[in-house]
Design a protein around this ligand. Structure first.
Ligand SMILES: Nc1ncnc2c1ncn2[C@@H]1O[C@H](COP(=O)(O)OP(=O)(O)OC[C@H]2O[C@H](OP(=O)(O)O)[C@H](O)[C@@H]2O)[C@@H](O)[C@H]1O
Length: 258
């Protein structure tokens, strides 16, 4: 049952001051996830001055926990430090099966096995906007097979999960409207929270770029409000590890290049 979304009770903290980048790591036992045979798991249904300081934006506190976004300036794949093993990297995807430009293209080059999993999912299952796909780290064998001009074998060593948020059916000129993208973003994030709670006990931290803010042309503030209204079930820290499970989805690092 995906977590509900609360009406946006967005409380901007000091929007214009960014502090030092995060240094903290969320360490957890990185256990192999027994339920993932390296197969992606799909889900049906359904900042601001970015100088090199961090801005914590969190919604008003209430009994229910919602996602907190922490903005840091830098490059998703390198700052504030390279993603540790078990990191979950999210990005906004179209449903057509292509990561053709922007950060999606960088993902395709650096995570060729994940790209193949995403593409197969699109071709085989025709995902709808508002769904999400959680792709576990590949096994060494599967990530060496084939490449889309990418980083090849390093993918398995890095041990990163890739999270695809299907926020628009189309891309480029056929992308969905901003309103539709925002609506799909909330649902997709909610579904991903649920999925990470079910099979993501190996996830050590979650990071993403300012999704939808570039090629999808949706103002970042709008996406941020939607994401910070997504509920995260309190207390579930996954399969007994030090991290992982639903709780890790409660604190997402947003790495903004500009
Ligand atoms: N290394 C990096 N580190 C940190 N931030 C980085 C970065 N590289 C770029 N950014 C910034 O991250 C924001 C969103 O980056 P994007 O504009 O790419 O994505 P979007 O979410 O708006 O749109 C998705 C569609 O774009 C793709 O292209 P195709 O349709 O395949 O052709 C997909 O497949 C979808 O369809 C922008 O602020 C970029 O400046």
């Amino acid at each position: 049952m995906p977590p509900k979304r609360k009406p946006t009770q967005f409380q901007d903290q000091d929007q214009n001051t960014l502090k030092q980048p995060l240094r903290k790591r969320t360490r957890s036992q990185t256990k192999a996830d027994p339920s993932s045979s390296n197969q992606p798991t799909s889900i049906r249904t359904p900042k601001e001055d970015t100088s090199s300081r961090e801005e914590k934006t969190s919604p008003s506190t209430s009994a229910a926990t919602t996602i907190t976004l922490t903005l840091v300036r830098g490059d998703l794949f390198h700052d504030p430090h390279p993603p540790p093993r078990g990191a979950l990297l999210l990005h906004a995807c179209n449903c057509t099966g292509t990561w053709g430009a922007g950060i999606a293209k960088a993902f395709r080059i650096q995570y060729p096995a994940a790209y193949r999993a995403y593409r197969s999912h699109c071709l085989d299952n025709a995902p709808e906007p508002g769904s999400a796909l959680l792709i576990p780290p590949p096994s060494p064998a599967s990530s060496s097979g084939g490449s889309t001009g990418g980083g090849g074998g390093g993918e398995a060593d890095r041990g990163h999960y890739i999270g695809c948020l299907f926020t628009s059916r189309g891309k480029g000129k056929t992308k969905d409207s901003a309103a539709a993208i925002l609506e799909a973003t909330g649902r997709a994030m909610g579904e991903l929270v649920g999925r990470v709670g079910e099979v993501g006990e190996g996830v050590t931290e979650v990071r993403m770029p300012r999704i939808n803010a570039g090629l999808f042309e949706v103002p970042w503030e709008e996406t941020r409000r939607v994401v910070e209204a997504v509920e995260v079930p309190a207390g579930d820290s996954g399969g007994g590890g030090e991290g992982g499970g639903t709780a890790v989805m409660g604190r997402i690092l947003v790495v903004a290049r500009e």
